[in-house]
Design a binder for this molecule. Structure first.
Ligand code: THU
Length: 185
Protein backbone atom coordinates (compact mmCIF):
# COMPACT_ATOMS: atom_id res chain seq x y z
CA UNK A 1 0.00 0.00 0.00
CA UNK A 2 1.30 3.46 -0.92
CA UNK A 3 0.05 6.74 0.51
CA UNK A 4 -0.58 9.28 -2.22
CA UNK A 5 -1.12 12.99 -2.50
CA UNK A 6 -4.04 13.88 -4.70
CA UNK A 7 -2.06 16.64 -6.45
CA UNK A 8 0.76 14.24 -7.33
CA UNK A 9 -1.45 11.68 -9.04
CA UNK A 10 -1.83 11.61 -12.82
CA UNK A 11 -4.78 13.29 -14.46
CA UNK A 12 -6.65 10.02 -15.19
CA UNK A 13 -6.43 8.93 -11.55
CA UNK A 14 -7.49 12.33 -10.25
CA UNK A 15 -10.51 12.24 -12.54
CA UNK A 16 -11.36 8.72 -11.34
CA UNK A 17 -11.22 9.80 -7.70
CA UNK A 18 -13.21 13.00 -8.31
CA UNK A 19 -15.85 10.98 -10.15
CA UNK A 20 -16.11 8.63 -7.18
CA UNK A 21 -16.49 11.52 -4.77
CA UNK A 22 -19.11 13.25 -6.92
CA UNK A 23 -21.09 10.02 -7.04
CA UNK A 24 -21.27 9.94 -3.23
CA UNK A 25 -23.95 12.65 -3.35
CA UNK A 26 -26.33 9.99 -4.69
CA UNK A 27 -25.85 7.66 -1.73
CA UNK A 28 -29.07 6.33 -0.24
CA UNK A 29 -27.77 5.89 3.29
CA UNK A 30 -30.44 6.82 5.85
CA UNK A 31 -29.42 4.03 8.24
CA UNK A 32 -25.66 4.46 8.49
CA UNK A 33 -25.39 8.18 7.73
CA UNK A 34 -22.28 7.11 5.81
CA UNK A 35 -21.97 7.97 2.11
CA UNK A 36 -19.69 6.15 -0.30
CA UNK A 37 -19.05 6.88 -3.96
CA UNK A 38 -17.06 4.66 -6.27
CA UNK A 39 -15.81 4.89 -9.84
CA UNK A 40 -14.14 2.32 -12.06
CA UNK A 41 -11.97 2.89 -15.09
CA UNK A 42 -11.90 0.17 -17.72
CA UNK A 43 -9.30 -0.73 -20.34
CA UNK A 44 -11.30 1.42 -22.78
CA UNK A 45 -10.58 4.37 -20.40
CA UNK A 46 -14.30 4.91 -19.80
CA UNK A 47 -15.53 5.67 -16.28
CA UNK A 48 -18.53 4.16 -14.49
CA UNK A 49 -19.72 5.18 -11.06
CA UNK A 50 -22.11 4.31 -8.27
CA UNK A 51 -23.08 5.02 -4.67
CA UNK A 52 -24.12 2.88 -1.71
CA UNK A 53 -27.77 1.85 -1.52
CA UNK A 54 -29.16 0.81 1.87
CA UNK A 55 -32.38 -0.96 2.80
CA UNK A 56 -34.71 -1.24 5.81
CA UNK A 57 -33.78 -4.93 5.75
CA UNK A 58 -30.22 -3.93 6.69
CA UNK A 59 -28.46 -6.98 5.23
CA UNK A 60 -29.69 -6.11 1.73
CA UNK A 61 -27.66 -2.92 1.51
CA UNK A 62 -25.26 -2.59 -1.40
CA UNK A 63 -21.84 -1.00 -1.48
CA UNK A 64 -20.88 1.77 -3.88
CA UNK A 65 -18.27 -0.51 -5.49
CA UNK A 66 -20.98 -3.01 -6.42
CA UNK A 67 -22.94 -0.24 -8.14
CA UNK A 68 -19.88 1.00 -10.05
CA UNK A 69 -18.74 -2.48 -11.15
CA UNK A 70 -22.31 -3.38 -12.15
CA UNK A 71 -22.57 -0.19 -14.20
CA UNK A 72 -19.42 -1.15 -16.12
CA UNK A 73 -20.64 -4.69 -16.72
CA UNK A 74 -24.09 -3.46 -17.74
CA UNK A 75 -22.39 -1.39 -20.44
CA UNK A 76 -20.58 -4.53 -21.67
CA UNK A 77 -17.28 -3.00 -20.51
CA UNK A 78 -16.06 -5.28 -17.71
CA UNK A 79 -12.25 -4.97 -18.12
CA UNK A 80 -11.57 -2.99 -14.97
CA UNK A 81 -8.09 -1.52 -14.52
CA UNK A 82 -8.69 0.84 -11.58
CA UNK A 83 -11.34 1.62 -8.96
CA UNK A 84 -11.66 4.50 -6.51
CA UNK A 85 -13.65 4.54 -3.27
CA UNK A 86 -14.45 7.74 -1.37
CA UNK A 87 -16.50 7.64 1.81
CA UNK A 88 -17.40 9.80 4.80
CA UNK A 89 -19.86 10.20 7.63
CA UNK A 90 -22.37 12.94 6.82
CA UNK A 91 -24.67 12.48 9.81
CA UNK A 92 -23.88 14.40 12.98
CA UNK A 93 -21.03 14.66 13.75
CA UNK A 94 -19.71 14.56 10.18
CA UNK A 95 -16.25 13.12 9.59
CA UNK A 96 -14.62 13.37 6.19
CA UNK A 97 -11.08 12.54 7.29
CA UNK A 98 -11.03 8.71 7.48
CA UNK A 99 -9.88 6.52 4.61
CA UNK A 100 -12.56 4.10 3.39
CA UNK A 101 -11.30 0.77 2.09
CA UNK A 102 -13.44 -1.77 0.20
CA UNK A 103 -15.11 -4.44 2.33
CA UNK A 104 -14.16 -8.11 1.86
CA UNK A 105 -17.05 -8.86 -0.49
CA UNK A 106 -16.14 -5.92 -2.72
CA UNK A 107 -12.50 -7.00 -2.79
CA UNK A 108 -13.67 -10.38 -4.09
CA UNK A 109 -15.78 -8.70 -6.79
CA UNK A 110 -12.85 -6.51 -7.86
CA UNK A 111 -10.56 -9.55 -7.89
CA UNK A 112 -12.97 -11.51 -10.12
CA UNK A 113 -13.21 -8.66 -12.63
CA UNK A 114 -9.42 -8.33 -12.67
CA UNK A 115 -8.78 -12.01 -13.23
CA UNK A 116 -11.23 -12.12 -16.15
CA UNK A 117 -9.66 -8.98 -17.66
CA UNK A 118 -6.07 -10.15 -16.95
CA UNK A 119 -5.45 -6.95 -15.01
CA UNK A 120 -4.51 -6.48 -11.36
CA UNK A 121 -6.81 -3.52 -10.65
CA UNK A 122 -5.42 -0.53 -8.79
CA UNK A 123 -7.59 0.44 -5.82
CA UNK A 124 -7.64 4.02 -4.51
CA UNK A 125 -9.13 4.15 -1.00
CA UNK A 126 -9.86 7.74 -0.03
CA UNK A 127 -11.16 9.96 2.74
CA UNK A 128 -13.94 12.37 1.85
CA UNK A 129 -11.60 15.38 1.92
CA UNK A 130 -9.11 13.51 -0.33
CA UNK A 131 -6.36 14.39 2.17
CA UNK A 132 -5.75 10.68 2.71
CA UNK A 133 -5.41 8.37 -0.27
CA UNK A 134 -4.12 4.81 -0.20
CA UNK A 135 -3.18 3.09 -3.45
CA UNK A 136 -2.85 -0.69 -3.66
CA UNK A 137 -3.30 -3.52 -6.15
CA UNK A 138 -6.21 -5.84 -5.49
CA UNK A 139 -3.69 -8.73 -5.26
CA UNK A 140 -2.22 -6.94 -2.20
CA UNK A 141 -5.64 -6.33 -0.66
CA UNK A 142 -6.86 -9.89 -1.12
CA UNK A 143 -3.83 -12.17 -1.15
CA UNK A 144 -4.33 -15.82 -1.99
CA UNK A 145 -7.81 -15.16 -3.37
CA UNK A 146 -9.99 -17.82 -4.95
CA UNK A 147 -11.19 -16.81 -8.38
CA UNK A 148 -12.25 -17.93 -11.84
CA UNK A 149 -8.72 -19.24 -12.54
CA UNK A 150 -9.27 -21.85 -9.82
CA UNK A 151 -12.26 -23.11 -11.78
CA UNK A 152 -10.49 -22.88 -15.13
CA UNK A 153 -13.00 -20.25 -16.21
CA UNK A 154 -10.85 -17.25 -17.09
CA UNK A 155 -9.82 -18.97 -20.32
CA UNK A 156 -13.25 -20.27 -21.28
CA UNK A 157 -15.39 -17.21 -20.47
CA UNK A 158 -14.67 -15.36 -23.74
CA UNK A 159 -15.89 -18.39 -25.72
CA UNK A 160 -18.87 -18.96 -23.42
CA UNK A 161 -19.69 -15.27 -23.71
CA UNK A 162 -19.64 -15.70 -27.48
CA UNK A 163 -22.34 -18.35 -27.03
CA UNK A 164 -24.35 -15.92 -24.91
CA UNK A 165 -24.14 -13.22 -27.55
CA UNK A 166 -25.09 -15.70 -30.27
CA UNK A 167 -28.10 -16.95 -28.26
CA UNK A 168 -29.36 -13.39 -27.76
CA UNK A 169 -28.87 -12.69 -31.47
CA UNK A 170 -30.91 -15.81 -32.33
CA UNK A 171 -33.83 -15.11 -29.99
CA UNK A 172 -33.97 -11.48 -31.10
CA UNK A 173 -33.96 -12.53 -34.76
CA UNK A 174 -36.94 -14.79 -34.01
CA UNK A 175 -38.82 -11.67 -32.94
CA UNK A 176 -41.24 -11.13 -30.07
CA UNK A 177 -44.48 -13.13 -30.01
CA UNK A 178 -47.16 -11.07 -31.73
CA UNK A 179 -50.49 -10.44 -29.98
CA UNK A 180 -52.16 -12.58 -32.67
CA UNK A 181 -49.85 -15.53 -32.06
CA UNK A 182 -50.27 -15.23 -28.30
CA UNK A 183 -54.06 -15.84 -28.42
CA UNK A 184 -54.01 -18.41 -31.26
CA UNK A 185 -54.68 -22.03 -30.21
N1 THU B 1 -19.86 0.99 2.19
C1 THU B 1 -19.60 1.05 0.84
O1 THU B 1 -20.47 1.38 0.02
N2 THU B 1 -18.35 0.72 0.44
C2 THU B 1 -17.29 0.47 1.27
O2 THU B 1 -16.19 0.22 0.82
C3 THU B 1 -17.51 0.47 2.71
C4 THU B 1 -18.91 0.57 3.17
C5 THU B 1 -21.21 1.38 2.63
C6 THU B 1 -22.09 0.27 3.10
C7 THU B 1 -23.06 1.00 4.00
O3 THU B 1 -24.12 1.56 3.21
C8 THU B 1 -22.24 2.16 4.56
O4 THU B 1 -21.12 2.29 3.71
C9 THU B 1 -21.77 1.94 5.98
O5 THU B 1 -21.14 0.74 6.10
Amino acid sequence: MRRQNFEELGEADRLLIETARRSSVNAYAPYSGFAVGSAVRTRSKRLYHGANLENAAYGLGMCAEVAAITAANSAGDYDIEAIAVVGFRFSTPPDVTQVVTPCGRCRQLIFEAGQIARTDPVVFSCSGDLEHIEEARISEMLPGAFGPDNLGLSQSWPQLRGQLVETVRRIEAAGAPSAGRAVKR
